[in-house]
Write a protein that binds this ligand. Structure first.
Ligand code: MN
Length: 151
């Protein structure tokens, strides 16, 4: 199964980088407010540059003066399964990405269950939405409750 990682990045503005392994690279989105397990809360996800698969293991400091300077921790990591269907047909991940709707289930240490990334207006703006399933948790802020690295 392909992997995903969420890196908490204390750059000039604290954010979370959400990365999915698609087509032998890490497709990446910046989550200004991080992920949530609350299905009533839609989180903005701004698509950003792809990263090498090896970057999923990176935890450390990007030095001052370099792009993204600041501390990065691996906030969550695991595997995901593509659950993007059109009727009964599974839509391949690269097509789902192009079409602007990717549904997947996560199996991680913090995040679990079904999510959808849905493209909205503009070139890069998406929403990350938790489905209502047994892993959903209303009125709960997982980034506050579980702030630390999984490493
Ligand atoms: Mn970042």
């Amino acid at each position: 199964m392909p992997i995903y990682v969420v890196q908490k990045h204390a750059a000039s503005t604290l954010h979370y980088d959400f990365r999915l392994e698609i087509g032998n690279t890490l497709k990446s989105w910046v989550l200004p407010k991080g992920p949530t397990l609350d299905p009533h809360v839609k989180r903005l996800a701004i698509q950003t540059s792809d990263h090498d698969l090896a970057f999923a293991d990176f935890e450390g400091i990007i030095p001052e003066g370099q792009y993204g300077a600041g501390k990065i921790i691996i906030w969550d990591k695991g595997e995901f399964r593509n659950e993007t269907y059109e009727g009964k047909e599974l839509v391949p991940l690269d097509e789902a990405l192009k079409e602007g709707k990717i549904t997947f289930s996560l199996k991680g240490q913090k995040l679990n269950g079904m999510f959808t990334l849905l493209k909205i207006e503009g070139e890069k703006n998406w929403l990350l939405i938790k489905h209502k399933d047994k892993y959903a948790k209303e009125n709960y802020d997982i980034t506050k409750e579980m702030p630390a690295s999984i490493e």
